[in-house]
Design a protein around this ligand. Sequence first.
Ligand SMILES: Nc1nc2c(ncn2[C@@H]2O[C@H](COP(=O)(O)OP(=O)(O)OP(=O)(O)O)[C@@H](O)[C@H]2O)c(=O)[nH]1
Ligand SMILES: C[S@@+](CC[C@H](N)C(=O)[O-])C[C@H]1O[C@@H](n2cnc3c(N)ncnc32)[C@H](O)[C@@H]1O
Ligand code: SF4
Ligand code: SF4
Length: 333
Amino acid sequence: MNAKQETPLLDRHHRTINYLRLSITDRCNLRCVYCMPEEGISFLPHKEILTYEEMLRLVELCVANGIRKIRLTGGEPLVRKGVIGFIEKLNKIEKLKEITLTTNGVLLKEFARDLRKSGICRINVSMDTLKPEKFNAITRRPLFERVWEGIEEAESVGMAPIKLNVVAMKGFNDDEILDFARLTHRKPYHVRFIEMMPIGAADARMKGFISRQEILERISSLGSLHRLEPELMAGPAEVYALEGAKGKIGVIGALSHHFCATCNRLRLTADGQLRGCLFSDKETDLKTALRQGKDDGYLSDLIRDTILNKPKGHNLDLNNPRKCVRPMSRIGG
Ligand SMILES: Nc1nc2c(ncn2[C@@H]2O[C@H](COP(=O)(O)OP(=O)(O)OP(=O)(O)O)[C@@H](O)[C@H]2O)c(=O)[nH]1
Ligand SMILES: C[S@@+](CC[C@H](N)C(=O)[O-])C[C@H]1O[C@@H](n2cnc3c(N)ncnc32)[C@H](O)[C@@H]1O
Ligand code: SF4
Ligand code: SF4
């Protein structure tokens, strides 16, 4: 196979694969109830984590095989030292059209300006509540103000759009769905409600599941919602707007209305495993091949095989919460 493949690759199910989610660390400075247990999980030893040089080589090969958008994730991507220098290097990869980031926002205030300079124009921030006490209960850390200051700093350095990821949980934050929706009248943010997924620490909490349908119905009480066209290389959100709002409202129906038929993504974990699907533990071990000194052609074949054999979908529903071995914080969402 040719490592310099020019056109985007299709998988066996005729889906174009052009989006890579790259988890740069499994470490995190929060302990969200649906993602990690209170005591945390044992973090991967340093030597198991790809160096930035190794990641850069694998990203270049993914780009040669059709990837055009990359999202840094974690754990929490901003806790890994040297992240700005790494983004600057990614930014030099010619065919990469977009580099972006999903963060919990704890370190955003100090990083926003450098992120913007390094080439990140927009970010997604996880923020499940507008109330400090609830933030402490959800993330198990008292850092609500810091995250909001980070979001405001990102706005003031010109990041746009800023997308807020809200995992919807019955009895926890569902009383704030309308407040989040109203926020789009005041701020140009995209508020995205995510259906809770049965993965890792969330399993025990699935009784708090709220469907995208229910979320949309509740928001409709505020006025008519207009459906908007998806962006190019978009992620899984369906996007709407309330009449006259500055911001947008998204719903990510990961379980009830899943988007596997149009899935465009791969995931590379911090320890160098390429995953075809969030919910499938079938992984391609790029790290071992890389560290054995395999050439670009060999590594490229592994990437192309993973694309070709990407699982068709997840087949999960509320009554079938299959478990993944790898926890969410080691995949990156
Ligand atoms: N089931 C499933 N969930 C996904 C997938 N991609 C992202 N998510 C979930 O969607 C939520 C939002 O993810 P983000 O990291 O903000 O990324 P995104 O929605 O692709 O971002 P945009 O590029 O801004 O559209 C998180 O809960 C992710 O776990 C996917 O391919 N499958
Ligand atoms: C795993 S986190 C990694 C990036 C960063 N630490 C953050 O929280 O934004 C990526 C996304 O996955 C979401 N997530 C984690 N566990 C989830 C679950 N069980 N169901 C739905 N979304 C989940 C988070 O809310 C976050 O938006
Ligand atoms: S969702 Fe993100 S911030 Fe929360 S524990 Fe998981 S990795 Fe950390
Ligand atoms: S569950 Fe798997 S196939 Fe479906 S959208 Fe997510 S990553 Fe893609």
